[in-house]
Design a protein around this ligand. Sequence first.
Ligand SMILES: [Zn+2]
Ligand SMILES: [Zn+2]
Length: 255
Amino acid sequence: MRFTTLGTGTISLSPNRSCAGYLLEAPELQLLIDCGSGITRRLAERGTGWRTITHVAITHFHIDHHGDLPSLIFAWKYGFVPTRSAPVEIIGPLGTAELLARLAAAYGDWLTKPGFPLTIREIGPGAPIELPGGTRLSCHPVPHTPESVAYSMERGSRRVVYTGDTGPSESLGTWASGSDLLVCECSLPTGMNVPGHLTPELCGDLAAAAAPKHLALTHFYPPIEDVDVHAIVGRRYAGPVTLTSDGWSYEIEDE
Ligand SMILES: [Zn+2]
Ligand SMILES: [Zn+2]
């Protein structure tokens, strides 16, 4: 499977970093994880693959993680001919169906009834979803907003974990252990941090607990760009660390 960071920024709008969005590609599966502002542009830059996304999973209801979802559904409905007929599934934590119903009330029925099969599936901890082609999606609650979750995508013994937005969490470190790739939010430097987010120090602590084979940091507010994140994280976690940019990809071979 291949994991790509489409958007590594936040709502602190940046010319270089789109709001949150990630792509997990595996056999029979094109899973978009979060779809913040700018992600439709990032998808378009990659060609026409946006037309064949099979699943969208959102981590929580902050708009920097789903603001482009209505645009994407509208693009699937009207953005090419012949029009889309393939089904799509929208996955998210408890409350996702209500969020989409509210968006449909604002924008129109097309949002949940776009003319091709669109299903909404709410995921809870301990109830993994089997996706096509043998990939399994599971979630873990994280301290950010009441509904917020981290996601794990597994194929056999291979595993990618994406924290979504989160504050420090011991249980997240335990749950994420054994991952090949841990994609971790790294919002703000110490001193500027706000509850429900991580600093480089806290990312290092989480990585020390989870011990992934590779740590990829994302969700950077601009002040983080002025901090030596590698040095801070490296004092806590000895493995390889990437400070991702939009378009970074990581490939994990099946066992
Ligand atoms: Zn965010
Ligand atoms: Zn958030």
